[in-house]
Design a protein around this ligand. Structure first.
Ligand code: MRU
Length: 335
Protein backbone atom coordinates (compact mmCIF):
# COMPACT_ATOMS: atom_id res chain seq x y z
CA UNK A 1 0.00 0.00 0.00
CA UNK A 2 1.00 3.56 -0.52
CA UNK A 3 -0.35 6.28 1.75
CA UNK A 4 -3.57 8.04 0.77
CA UNK A 5 -2.60 11.03 2.93
CA UNK A 6 1.09 11.66 2.21
CA UNK A 7 2.98 12.03 -1.07
CA UNK A 8 6.74 11.97 -1.00
CA UNK A 9 8.70 12.31 -4.23
CA UNK A 10 12.00 13.85 -5.28
CA UNK A 11 12.54 15.55 -1.98
CA UNK A 12 9.06 17.06 -1.94
CA UNK A 13 6.65 16.16 0.85
CA UNK A 14 2.96 16.80 0.26
CA UNK A 15 -0.07 16.25 2.46
CA UNK A 16 -3.68 15.73 1.46
CA UNK A 17 -5.28 18.69 3.24
CA UNK A 18 -7.71 16.99 5.62
CA UNK A 19 -9.39 20.26 6.47
CA UNK A 20 -10.76 20.42 2.92
CA UNK A 21 -12.14 16.88 2.84
CA UNK A 22 -14.57 15.42 1.89
CA UNK A 23 -15.45 17.91 -0.82
CA UNK A 24 -12.04 18.97 -2.07
CA UNK A 25 -8.89 16.92 -2.50
CA UNK A 26 -6.09 19.47 -2.28
CA UNK A 27 -2.43 18.63 -1.71
CA UNK A 28 -0.29 21.07 0.27
CA UNK A 29 3.48 21.31 0.49
CA UNK A 30 4.91 20.44 3.90
CA UNK A 31 8.55 19.89 2.99
CA UNK A 32 9.78 22.71 5.24
CA UNK A 33 9.43 22.02 9.00
CA UNK A 34 7.63 25.37 9.51
CA UNK A 35 4.95 24.29 7.04
CA UNK A 36 4.75 20.86 8.60
CA UNK A 37 4.33 22.40 12.05
CA UNK A 38 1.39 24.54 10.95
CA UNK A 39 -0.19 21.62 9.04
CA UNK A 40 -0.05 19.49 12.20
CA UNK A 41 -1.45 22.29 14.39
CA UNK A 42 -4.27 23.00 11.96
CA UNK A 43 -5.07 19.29 11.52
CA UNK A 44 -4.36 19.35 7.80
CA UNK A 45 -2.49 16.20 8.73
CA UNK A 46 -3.73 14.36 11.82
CA UNK A 47 -4.17 10.99 13.53
CA UNK A 48 -1.58 9.77 16.03
CA UNK A 49 0.52 7.47 13.82
CA UNK A 50 0.34 9.73 10.77
CA UNK A 51 1.60 12.88 12.48
CA UNK A 52 4.59 10.85 13.72
CA UNK A 53 5.32 9.56 10.22
CA UNK A 54 4.80 12.96 8.57
CA UNK A 55 7.07 14.75 11.05
CA UNK A 56 9.73 12.05 10.64
CA UNK A 57 9.71 12.27 6.83
CA UNK A 58 9.90 16.04 7.05
CA UNK A 59 12.92 15.88 9.37
CA UNK A 60 14.58 13.24 7.19
CA UNK A 61 14.32 15.54 4.21
CA UNK A 62 15.36 18.57 6.30
CA UNK A 63 18.51 16.74 7.37
CA UNK A 64 19.28 15.89 3.75
CA UNK A 65 18.83 19.49 2.63
CA UNK A 66 22.19 20.35 4.14
CA UNK A 67 21.21 21.96 7.46
CA UNK A 68 23.52 21.87 10.48
CA UNK A 69 22.90 19.54 13.41
CA UNK A 70 21.71 22.52 15.45
CA UNK A 71 19.19 23.59 12.82
CA UNK A 72 18.00 20.00 12.61
CA UNK A 73 17.50 19.76 16.37
CA UNK A 74 15.62 23.07 16.55
CA UNK A 75 13.20 21.87 13.88
CA UNK A 76 12.82 18.52 15.63
CA UNK A 77 11.92 20.18 18.95
CA UNK A 78 9.43 22.47 17.25
CA UNK A 79 7.64 19.57 15.58
CA UNK A 80 7.76 17.55 18.78
CA UNK A 81 5.72 20.26 20.50
CA UNK A 82 3.20 20.77 17.71
CA UNK A 83 0.57 18.57 19.42
CA UNK A 84 0.79 17.18 22.95
CA UNK A 85 -1.36 14.05 23.25
CA UNK A 86 -0.32 11.56 20.55
CA UNK A 87 2.84 9.90 21.82
CA UNK A 88 3.62 8.50 18.36
CA UNK A 89 4.81 11.97 17.38
CA UNK A 90 7.34 12.21 20.21
CA UNK A 91 8.50 8.63 19.74
CA UNK A 92 9.16 9.06 16.01
CA UNK A 93 11.08 12.30 16.52
CA UNK A 94 13.11 10.98 19.46
CA UNK A 95 14.13 8.03 17.33
CA UNK A 96 15.70 10.42 14.82
CA UNK A 97 17.31 12.81 17.29
CA UNK A 98 18.83 9.96 19.31
CA UNK A 99 20.85 8.90 16.24
CA UNK A 100 24.25 10.12 15.25
CA UNK A 101 23.58 13.13 12.98
CA UNK A 102 24.26 11.75 9.53
CA UNK A 103 21.84 13.18 6.96
CA UNK A 104 21.59 10.05 4.87
CA UNK A 105 21.10 7.80 7.89
CA UNK A 106 18.45 10.07 9.38
CA UNK A 107 16.65 10.12 6.05
CA UNK A 108 16.68 6.32 5.80
CA UNK A 109 15.45 5.96 9.38
CA UNK A 110 12.52 8.26 8.59
CA UNK A 111 11.64 6.07 5.59
CA UNK A 112 11.79 3.09 7.91
CA UNK A 113 9.33 4.73 10.34
CA UNK A 114 6.94 5.25 7.42
CA UNK A 115 7.21 1.65 6.18
CA UNK A 116 6.99 0.21 9.68
CA UNK A 117 3.75 2.04 10.33
CA UNK A 118 2.23 0.39 7.27
CA UNK A 119 3.29 -3.03 8.53
CA UNK A 120 1.98 -2.33 12.03
CA UNK A 121 -1.39 -1.41 10.52
CA UNK A 122 -1.53 -4.66 8.55
CA UNK A 123 -0.88 -6.71 11.67
CA UNK A 124 -3.49 -4.81 13.70
CA UNK A 125 -6.01 -5.38 10.90
CA UNK A 126 -5.24 -9.09 10.80
CA UNK A 127 -5.51 -9.50 14.59
CA UNK A 128 -8.60 -7.36 14.98
CA UNK A 129 -10.49 -8.97 12.11
CA UNK A 130 -10.64 -12.18 14.16
CA UNK A 131 -12.99 -10.39 16.55
CA UNK A 132 -15.39 -9.27 13.82
CA UNK A 133 -18.20 -11.55 12.72
CA UNK A 134 -20.49 -11.74 9.75
CA UNK A 135 -23.48 -9.46 10.31
CA UNK A 136 -21.78 -7.17 12.85
CA UNK A 137 -22.96 -3.61 13.20
CA UNK A 138 -19.93 -1.71 14.40
CA UNK A 139 -19.79 1.79 15.81
CA UNK A 140 -16.58 3.82 15.46
CA UNK A 141 -15.46 7.26 16.58
CA UNK A 142 -13.22 9.85 14.91
CA UNK A 143 -11.09 8.77 11.95
CA UNK A 144 -8.63 5.90 12.26
CA UNK A 145 -8.02 4.84 8.66
CA UNK A 146 -5.59 5.71 5.91
CA UNK A 147 -6.02 9.36 6.80
CA UNK A 148 -4.76 8.75 10.34
CA UNK A 149 -1.89 6.33 9.64
CA UNK A 150 0.54 5.61 6.81
CA UNK A 151 -1.26 2.34 6.05
CA UNK A 152 -4.76 0.86 6.24
CA UNK A 153 -5.41 2.34 9.67
CA UNK A 154 -6.06 0.99 13.14
CA UNK A 155 -9.77 0.62 14.03
CA UNK A 156 -10.79 1.33 10.45
CA UNK A 157 -8.12 -1.05 9.19
CA UNK A 158 -9.74 -3.83 11.23
CA UNK A 159 -13.13 -2.98 9.71
CA UNK A 160 -11.62 -2.90 6.22
CA UNK A 161 -9.92 -6.27 6.69
CA UNK A 162 -13.11 -7.91 7.98
CA UNK A 163 -14.98 -6.54 4.96
CA UNK A 164 -12.29 -7.82 2.58
CA UNK A 165 -12.60 -11.24 4.23
CA UNK A 166 -16.20 -11.24 3.00
CA UNK A 167 -17.90 -10.52 6.32
CA UNK A 168 -21.09 -8.57 5.75
CA UNK A 169 -20.74 -5.74 8.17
CA UNK A 170 -22.21 -2.29 8.62
CA UNK A 171 -20.49 0.69 10.22
CA UNK A 172 -22.11 3.34 12.36
CA UNK A 173 -19.97 6.47 12.06
CA UNK A 174 -20.02 8.96 14.95
CA UNK A 175 -19.72 12.38 13.37
CA UNK A 176 -17.24 13.33 16.15
CA UNK A 177 -17.82 16.86 17.38
CA UNK A 178 -16.36 19.41 17.25
CA UNK A 179 -14.11 18.86 14.21
CA UNK A 180 -16.16 16.12 12.55
CA UNK A 181 -13.39 13.66 11.73
CA UNK A 182 -16.09 10.96 11.54
CA UNK A 183 -18.52 12.96 9.44
CA UNK A 184 -15.91 14.35 7.07
CA UNK A 185 -13.13 11.76 6.93
CA UNK A 186 -14.33 8.29 7.97
CA UNK A 187 -17.33 8.62 5.66
CA UNK A 188 -14.97 9.68 2.83
CA UNK A 189 -12.81 6.61 3.38
CA UNK A 190 -15.75 4.21 3.70
CA UNK A 191 -17.31 5.62 0.50
CA UNK A 192 -14.09 4.93 -1.39
CA UNK A 193 -13.85 1.43 0.05
CA UNK A 194 -17.50 0.65 -0.65
CA UNK A 195 -18.18 -0.42 2.92
CA UNK A 196 -21.79 0.19 4.02
CA UNK A 197 -22.13 2.84 6.73
CA UNK A 198 -24.56 5.21 8.39
CA UNK A 199 -23.50 8.59 9.73
CA UNK A 200 -24.93 9.55 13.11
CA UNK A 201 -24.48 12.46 15.52
CA UNK A 202 -22.47 11.50 18.60
CA UNK A 203 -25.49 11.88 20.87
CA UNK A 204 -27.45 9.21 18.96
CA UNK A 205 -25.23 6.27 19.89
CA UNK A 206 -26.91 5.34 23.19
CA UNK A 207 -30.40 5.12 21.74
CA UNK A 208 -29.18 3.00 18.82
CA UNK A 209 -27.56 0.66 21.33
CA UNK A 210 -30.77 0.47 23.35
CA UNK A 211 -32.60 -0.42 20.15
CA UNK A 212 -30.19 -3.30 19.53
CA UNK A 213 -28.76 -1.74 16.38
CA UNK A 214 -25.11 -1.82 17.42
CA UNK A 215 -23.24 -4.91 18.63
CA UNK A 216 -19.58 -3.85 18.64
CA UNK A 217 -17.49 -0.71 19.06
CA UNK A 218 -13.96 -0.15 17.88
CA UNK A 219 -11.83 2.97 18.23
CA UNK A 220 -8.20 4.04 17.90
CA UNK A 221 -5.93 5.69 20.43
CA UNK A 222 -3.48 8.56 20.75
CA UNK A 223 -1.69 7.24 23.81
CA UNK A 224 -2.04 4.07 25.88
CA UNK A 225 -0.78 4.02 29.47
CA UNK A 226 0.84 0.89 30.91
CA UNK A 227 -2.30 0.05 32.93
CA UNK A 228 -4.39 0.01 29.73
CA UNK A 229 -6.10 3.39 30.18
CA UNK A 230 -5.99 5.24 26.89
CA UNK A 231 -6.55 8.67 25.41
CA UNK A 232 -8.52 9.08 22.21
CA UNK A 233 -10.69 11.68 20.52
CA UNK A 234 -13.08 13.45 22.90
CA UNK A 235 -16.28 11.42 23.10
CA UNK A 236 -14.54 8.04 23.20
CA UNK A 237 -14.99 7.74 26.97
CA UNK A 238 -18.71 8.44 26.66
CA UNK A 239 -19.00 5.82 23.94
CA UNK A 240 -17.21 3.29 26.17
CA UNK A 241 -19.61 4.03 29.05
CA UNK A 242 -22.60 3.50 26.75
CA UNK A 243 -21.13 0.19 25.56
CA UNK A 244 -20.51 -0.96 29.12
CA UNK A 245 -24.11 -0.29 30.15
CA UNK A 246 -25.48 -2.04 27.06
CA UNK A 247 -22.97 -4.94 27.34
CA UNK A 248 -21.52 -4.23 23.91
CA UNK A 249 -17.88 -5.27 23.37
CA UNK A 250 -15.64 -2.20 23.17
CA UNK A 251 -12.27 -2.59 21.42
CA UNK A 252 -9.31 -0.25 21.10
CA UNK A 253 -6.90 -0.81 18.21
CA UNK A 254 -3.41 0.69 18.09
CA UNK A 255 0.23 0.00 17.21
CA UNK A 256 2.96 -0.44 19.87
CA UNK A 257 4.10 3.07 18.96
CA UNK A 258 1.00 4.36 20.80
CA UNK A 259 2.02 2.82 24.14
CA UNK A 260 3.77 5.24 26.46
CA UNK A 261 6.22 3.32 28.62
CA UNK A 262 6.59 6.36 30.89
CA UNK A 263 2.89 6.62 31.64
CA UNK A 264 1.63 4.39 34.43
CA UNK A 265 -2.02 5.43 34.14
CA UNK A 266 -4.32 7.59 32.06
CA UNK A 267 -4.10 10.40 34.61
CA UNK A 268 -0.60 11.20 33.38
CA UNK A 269 -1.63 11.66 29.75
CA UNK A 270 -1.48 15.34 28.68
CA UNK A 271 -4.73 16.38 27.03
CA UNK A 272 -4.63 19.00 24.30
CA UNK A 273 -6.99 21.95 24.61
CA UNK A 274 -7.95 23.66 21.39
CA UNK A 275 -9.47 26.95 20.25
CA UNK A 276 -12.87 28.26 21.31
CA UNK A 277 -14.06 28.78 17.77
CA UNK A 278 -13.97 25.06 17.03
CA UNK A 279 -16.88 24.64 19.44
CA UNK A 280 -18.62 27.97 18.88
CA UNK A 281 -18.22 28.14 15.12
CA UNK A 282 -16.80 31.10 13.22
CA UNK A 283 -18.40 34.04 11.50
CA UNK A 284 -16.43 35.32 8.55
CA UNK A 285 -17.15 37.53 5.57
CA UNK A 286 -17.59 34.26 3.64
CA UNK A 287 -20.61 33.54 5.81
CA UNK A 288 -19.46 30.59 7.91
CA UNK A 289 -21.81 29.88 10.77
CA UNK A 290 -21.26 30.91 14.35
CA UNK A 291 -23.95 28.99 16.20
CA UNK A 292 -23.23 30.32 19.70
CA UNK A 293 -22.84 33.87 21.03
CA UNK A 294 -19.33 35.13 20.16
CA UNK A 295 -18.63 35.77 23.84
CA UNK A 296 -19.61 32.24 25.01
CA UNK A 297 -17.18 30.68 27.42
CA UNK A 298 -15.90 27.48 25.80
CA UNK A 299 -14.06 24.39 27.00
CA UNK A 300 -12.52 22.36 24.21
CA UNK A 301 -10.42 19.35 25.20
CA UNK A 302 -9.47 17.42 22.06
CA UNK A 303 -9.18 14.06 23.83
CA UNK A 304 -10.51 12.13 26.79
CA UNK A 305 -9.23 9.15 28.75
CA UNK A 306 -11.07 5.83 28.84
CA UNK A 307 -10.23 3.70 31.89
CA UNK A 308 -9.04 0.16 31.19
CA UNK A 309 -12.01 -1.52 32.91
CA UNK A 310 -14.29 -0.35 30.09
CA UNK A 311 -12.17 -2.03 27.40
CA UNK A 312 -13.03 -5.57 26.22
CA UNK A 313 -9.88 -6.14 24.13
CA UNK A 314 -6.75 -4.18 23.17
CA UNK A 315 -6.02 -4.97 19.54
CA UNK A 316 -2.31 -4.40 18.94
CA UNK A 317 0.05 -5.42 16.15
CA UNK A 318 1.44 -8.07 18.51
CA UNK A 319 -1.94 -9.67 19.25
CA UNK A 320 -5.22 -9.16 21.09
CA UNK A 321 -5.10 -8.59 24.84
CA UNK A 322 -7.75 -8.93 27.55
CA UNK A 323 -7.98 -6.94 30.79
CA UNK A 324 -6.39 -9.92 32.56
CA UNK A 325 -3.40 -9.75 30.18
CA UNK A 326 -3.10 -6.02 30.75
CA UNK A 327 -3.23 -6.46 34.54
CA UNK A 328 -0.44 -9.02 34.19
CA UNK A 329 1.68 -6.25 32.63
CA UNK A 330 1.37 -7.30 28.99
CA UNK A 331 1.95 -3.71 27.83
CA UNK A 332 5.12 -3.25 29.88
CA UNK A 333 6.71 -6.13 28.01
CA UNK A 334 6.09 -4.41 24.68
CA UNK A 335 7.89 -1.13 25.32
O1 MRU B 1 -7.34 15.22 16.62
P1 MRU B 1 -7.11 14.07 15.71
O2 MRU B 1 -8.02 14.05 14.54
O3 MRU B 1 -5.65 13.93 15.33
O4 MRU B 1 -7.47 12.80 16.60
C1 MRU B 1 -7.29 11.51 16.07
C2 MRU B 1 -7.82 10.42 16.94
O5 MRU B 1 -8.29 10.66 18.03
C3 MRU B 1 -7.66 9.01 16.46
O6 MRU B 1 -8.67 8.21 16.95
C4 MRU B 1 -6.30 8.48 16.94
O7 MRU B 1 -5.26 9.31 16.53
C5 MRU B 1 -6.05 7.10 16.49
S1 MRU B 1 -5.88 7.05 14.75
C6 MRU B 1 -5.17 5.70 14.18
Amino acid sequence: VSSIAIRFENGKLELLDQQQLPHQEIWVDATHPDNMESCIKQLKVRGAPLIGVAAALCLGEWARSGVSEDEFKVAAQKLRKSRPTAVNLMLAIDRLTAMEFDAEKVFLEAQKIYEEDQQLCDRIAENGSKLIEDGDNIITHCNTGGLATAGVGTALGVIRKAWEQGKRIHVCVDETRPLLQGGRLTTWELEKLGIPYTLICDNMAASLMAAGKINKAIVGSDRIALNGDFANKIGTYGLAVHCYYHRIPFFVAAPVTTIDGECESGQQIPIEERNDFEVRGVKTFAGDVEWAPSESEVYNPAFDVTPSELVSQWILDTGNYSLVDIRENALKELV
